[in-house]
Design a protein around this ligand. Structure first.
Ligand code: GDP
Length: 345
């Protein structure tokens, strides 16, 4: 069944892929990816209608009643379509199977009014989906305000190219808008031009940045940034970090050292929503090694349905705090579950 699903998925995604492009203006960067004209995914994309086909047997069983109880057979097509919709949206296979099986269990246990069967089923699907990915979250600003520790330190982690530096600039903008003072730590001492890239943001945003030279110890950079923030009565330190495309032992040791030295209040993983299934594997690896506190997903303005967010929430059970929806400083929105569900079901 999975082969058929995959084939259908491939055919369908080919039809869907329409990456529009425009030139970004506002960000200093080395390479500029194609951007869509619209920030949000078009709601005109085809959506599957999720309906149960009541079999003749079920009809006969409930012929004298206004209620109906669905059988496994009645739900077969609906569950197939639902799983396909989840896979097409980049939800991981294990996650979509687990979600579909909870939905099946719930629908089989219920009795439905015949007159509004379809809407009742859709309501139940939505509610099971929401409950399987709803986890406690928090507002970053409130967290900082309520903390007795000053400076509040946030370590940003994730693979190269996911949008860490850009998101640090966006978070700086967010904190500045909330009248908080910040310092940046250029602790990605590995990737060429990463320090200059962050420095350019720091200059534009008029915030202080602490940097050493390339190849120096990232933990020392982060430590100096925290010291400098303490001396300057700064509210928040945002620490950039290196990321390789593949997670590797050296990188993890380096990051663990940084965690030991500065004891960040939050470790936030930045992942690009376009990475699909690879994102879940990367996040799981980081979580296993460093125990993450939350996620920020970037590039939701591109050709992605964002189903990886469902996999992350379901498998790792840590909150998604923000979504990156473009390259401007203000293109960072607080996470909203409805926004993602709308795209998927
Ligand atoms: P890093 O290697 O993780 O620090 O990634 P960068 O911050 O350098 O970002 C890599 C590329 O992704 C840059 O071209 C950014 O402008 C771009 N980028 C980051 N966030 C977003 C986003 O939310 N939407 C779009 N379209 N591009 C983004």
């Amino acid at each position: 069944m999975f082969d058929v699903l995959k084939q259908k998925l491939n055919d369908f995604s080919k039809k869907l892929k329409t990456t529009l492009s425009r030139e970004p203006e506002s960000f200093p960067q080395e390479s500029k990816p194609a951007l869509p004209e619209s920030k949000l995914i078009s709601s005109e994309e085809p959506k599957r209608v999720l309906k149960a086909e009541i079999s003749a047997i079920s009809k006969v069983k409930h012929v004298f009643s206004s209620k109906v109880k669905l059988s496994e057979k009645d739900l077969e097509d609906l569950l197939f379509d639902l799983e396909l919709s989840l896979l097409e949206a980049d939800v991981a296979h294990s996650t979509s199977q687990a979600i579909c099986s909870s939905i099946k269990e719930k629908l089989l246990s219920m009795e439905f009014d015949k007159s509004n069967l379809d809407s009742a089923i859709q309501k139940e699907i939505r509610s099971v989906l929401i409950s399987s990915i709803s986890i406690p979250s928090f507002s970053l600003f409130d967290k900082v305000k309520q903390s007795s520790k000053k400076p509040f330190t946030i370590l940003l982690l994730g693979p190269n190219g996911a949008g860490k530096t850009t998101t640090i600039a966006k978070l700086s903008h967010y904190f500045l808008e909330h009248n908080l003072k910040i310092v940046l730590a250029a602790a990605d001492t590995f990737r060429a031009a990463s320090i200059e890239q962050l420095a350019e943001h720091a200059q534009r945003l008029k915030v202080r940045m602490i940097a050493h030279t390339y190849g120096s110890d990232p933990a020392a950079v982060a430590f100096d940034a925290v010291r400098s923030a303490e001396a300057g009565h700064i509210d928040v330190v945002l620490i950039d970090s290196a990321g390789r495309q593949e997670t590797n032992t050296n990188l993890m040791q380096e990051l663990k050292k940084m965690v030991r030295v500065v004891k960040p209040d939050l470790k936030i993983f930045i992942g690009e929503s376009l990475a699909g299934h690879a994102l879940l594997d990367q996040a799981l690896e980081y979580h296993e090694q460093l125990s993450l506190d939350g996620f920020i997903l970037t590039k939701l303005d591109t050709d992605t349905k964002g189903g990886t967010i469902i996999s992350l929430l379901h498998e790792i059970k840590k909150p998604v705090l923000f979504l990156g929806i473009g390259q401007k400083y203000s293109d960072l929105i607080e996470f909203n579950l409805d926004y993602i569900l709308e795209k998927i079901i």
